[in-house]
Design a protein. Structure first.
Length: 182
């Protein structure tokens, strides 16, 4: 099987269900950004972090593939069975954040991205996640999008922020706080 098909050479691609759309279509932007996010999650996952953190990130990657598959499907034409997100997926992120927050010092300032490489990767992923969320909310205003997907992306960006703080705390990296010039 060849990886290249040449069917996209004219600037169009197919959604699941067969609908041809331009590669700049909002639906393509959504799942492309989710794919970009998934790549950053993979980058974080292979860093020197704890085994439980690696495990959760692997679960997140699986959920992001689910979101990407759903976004890649034409909601009016696709007959393919696609996995769905469940409320339990959202609750897992919330539980993980609650457990990390219980160990972290109170947040008294805005935090600037940085501190160490892994923390920085978490902040990059958080920003890409916010972009994926914005695009998906935009798509949902025009077409069907499972509401759990936008909720999940919202929680995931929060999770990545807390994970950045946790990794900084675990590595004894001073938090890069914003002290505005007044």
């Amino acid at each position: 099987m060849k990886i290249y098909t040449k069917t996209g050479d004219q600037g169009e691609t197919s959604l699941i269900g067969g609908t041809r759309v331009p590669k700049f279509h909002l639906r393509i932007e959504c799942y492309g950004t989710v794919d970009e996010l998934n790549s950053y999650i993979g980058l974080i996952q292979c860093q020197d972090i704890t085994a439980p953190q690696q495990h959760i990130l692997k679960e997140i990657q699986d959920r992001l593939f689910t979101i990407g598959a759903s976004l890649a499907a034409d909601p009016e034409r696709s007959k393919m069975k696609i996995p769905d997100l469940q409320e339990a997926d959202i609750l897992l992120l919330e539980k993980e954040m609650d457990e990390m927050n219980a160990q972290l010092p109170d947040l008294k300032h805005f935090v600037l991205p940085g501190g160490n490489t892994i923390v920085s990767y978490c902040h990059i992923a958080r920003c890409v996640c916010r972009r994926a969320e914005r695009l998906t909310v935009h798509l949902a205003s025009e077409s069907f999008v499972d509401h759990n997907m936008t909720i999940y992306l919202n929680r995931l960006s929060d999770y990545l922020f807390v994970l950045a703080r946790q990794i900084g705390f675990d590595t004894k990296t001073e938090e890069n706080i914003w002290l505005p010039r007044l």
